[in-house]
Design a protein around this ligand. Structure first.
Ligand code: N01
Length: 505
């Protein structure tokens, strides 16, 4: 089904590469929206000397991996494609996972970049060799070296498993939302879902229909807004595809409307009250049982955690075969979950929807910089800090896509990714043009950037809204989200600013 790896082009035939490392100008690690986008960008710019190392067997990243029932996007479809490859074939206003994955695959085919991929290639470590001025990578397909390494591994890719006593002793089926086991038929089984985040609220309504009984373990009640999802009419589909400018106009309208949320989220959190009223009205309308209503009523300002959208989550909780459990989980036994009040609820299968390692990704421990310290050690010291989300001091010739403070809660990450593509592609181009072989962001430039960023983040709803979220790291700093309008980030990353970088040599 997939294009085979073209040996003459990327030189890797799928077998372990032996002792001799293969040298490549630029190595991109990961082929989700970010890594794939950079591959296309480099190809378009006429670069041939690059490779994408992808541990999976396909492009798509999070959309390839998250195949759980109900997986769908909470960003409107028209905004959820590359600007250079608009999808004029979306079938509904909010796309489902498989349709997005098909789109990503079609773009990889259209731009013929599969031949630049090495699939099934897990990068186990990456180390900057300061003497030779290059990156040395160990992978499951042998060693590689590269002048420039671009880490496009995604923020939501390393499943976070809860530290609950006895979880390993559970005798039934157990899997994380991002590693759904499709061989397990949940029909007629007693199932527990731990977590009530974006993934869980999509999973719960889907499996509630078929399981015998479902316990949903909630630690914090999320805010829910309506999901205005529907299939496009034939006329709309025709217009998106054939009327010049129609897709672009729809895209711009959605983009502009979503950007207005930044005013409430990042500037005047009190304005979020309006959204809270809408969410409360929805809650009152959809949850008639006062006991359940009080359990699902959030206790923090809307927007502090990611706002979720669903029309079928509350109704699913109201089903006779579903219980929402708000008592803390004490331990897990081979055949059930025990809560702090001593009640044991027997189950046959356990779904873990507890999110991802975002600010503490295990991947950070495998990237070693100029002074020998790993990214994990550097981040442990100062928190997850970078420069323009794309570079980190002490890591020369390394770029990061979806790096520190590039995340969003209100609009499409693809917009931020494309901004970073401009920056990183221009960096690679600038290095070629000027003959500068090594660039490393100046510590001062990074520190000044982060001081300004944290000042802006201080008054946002993510810091003041009264919740604990994965947006904040262990130092209490928000190192994940971009605090402004996304077009501000776009302007800032339009060109690579060489003067912010050391160019040792
Ligand atoms: O993960 P989460 P997710 N014991 O971290 C709970 C994107 N996404 O996979 O709130 C018990 O949001 C935790 O409770 P609390 C999107 O960016 C997008 O759902 O921390 N519970 C929470 O309820 C999203 O933000 C789409 O108190 C524990 C849940 O588990 C991101 O992925 C769809 C626990 C984790 O929620 C992650 O979403 C899906 C424990 N030990 C996902 N630890 C789109 O539609 C955690 N929890 C685009």
């Amino acid at each position: 089904m997939y294009m085979s790896l073209a040996v003459p082009d990327n030189g890797v035939d799928g077998a372990a590469g032996g002792d001799a490392a293969r040298h490549v100008g630029t190595i991109i690690i990961g082929s989700g929206f970010a890594g794939l986008g950079l591959a296309i960008r480099l190809s378009k710019d006429g670069h041939r000397d690059y490779l994408v190392l992808e541990r999976g067997s396909e492009v798509g990243g999070t959309w390839r991996d998250n195949t759980y029932p109900g997986a769908a996007c909470d960003v409107p479809s028209q905004l959820y494609s590359y600007s250079f490859a608009l999808n004029r074939d979306w079938t509904r206003s909010f796309s489902r996972g498989p349709e997005i994955q098909r789109y990503i695959q079609s773009v990889a085919d259209r731009y013929k970049v599969r031949e630049k991929h090495v699939f099934g290639c897990d990068v186990t470590s990456a180390r900057w060799n300061d003497d030779l001025g290059r990156w040395e990578l160990e992978t499951t397909k042998g060693p590689f070296t590269a002048d420039v390494a671009v880490f496009a591994v995604g923020a939501l890719c390393e499943p976070a498993l809860p530290d609950i006593a006895g979880i390993d002793s559970f005798a039934g089926e157990v899997f994380h939302s991002a590693q759904w086991n499709h061989d397990v038929d949940l029909a007629g089984k007693r199932v527990a879902v731990i977590g009530t985040g974006a993934s869980a609220i999509q999973i719960v309504p889907e499996i509630a229909k078929k399981v015998a009984h479902l316990d949903v373990y909630q630690r914090t009640a999320p805010w829910l807004l309506p999901r205005v999802d529907r299939e496009y009419t034939a006329l709309e589909k025709f217009a998106f595809k054939h009327v010049p400018g129609y897709s672009e106009l729809a895209r711009f309208g959605i983009y502009a409307a979503r950007e207005t949320q930044v005013v409430g989220l990042a500037k005047y959190p009190a304005l979020m009250k309006g959204m809270e009223l809408l969410a409360k009205a929805k809650l009152r309308w959809e949850v008639r049982d006062p006991r359940l209503r009080s359990k699902v009523t959030p206790n923090f300002r809307i927007g502090c955690k990611r706002m979720l959208i669903s029309n079928d989550y509350y109704p699913a909780l109201g089903r006779d075969n579903v219980d929402l459990v708000t008592d803390a989980i004490d331990k897990i036994r081979p055949d059930g979950v025990v809560t702090a009040d001593g009640v044991e609820r027997p189950i046959d299968a356990l779904v873990i929807a507890t999110g991802f390692h975002v600010t503490d990704s295990p991947m950070f421990a495998g990237i070693r910089g100029r002074d020998g310290r790993t990214l994990a050690e550097v981040f442990d010291d100062v928190g997850q800090q970078g420069y323009k989300g794309s570079a980190v001091a002490n890591f020369p010739n390394a770029f990061f896509l979806v790096g520190p403070n590039t995340g969003l809660g209100h609009t499409s990450m693809i917009y931020m990714i494309e901004s970073q593509l401009n920056y990183v592609a221009d960096a690679i181009h600038t290095m070629r043009r000027t003959g500068v072989r090594v660039v490393e962001v100046r510590e001062q430039a990074q520190a000044a950037y982060n001081t300004a960023l944290q000042r802006r983040l201080h008054g946002t709803v993510w810091s003041t809204g009264g919740c604990a979220s994965w947006y904040l790291d262990k130092h209490g700093n928000n190192t994940t989200l971009w605090p402004g309008f996304t077009f501000q980030f776009r302007n800032m990353t339009r060109r690579f600013d060489l003067d912010a970088y050391e160019t040792p040599e």
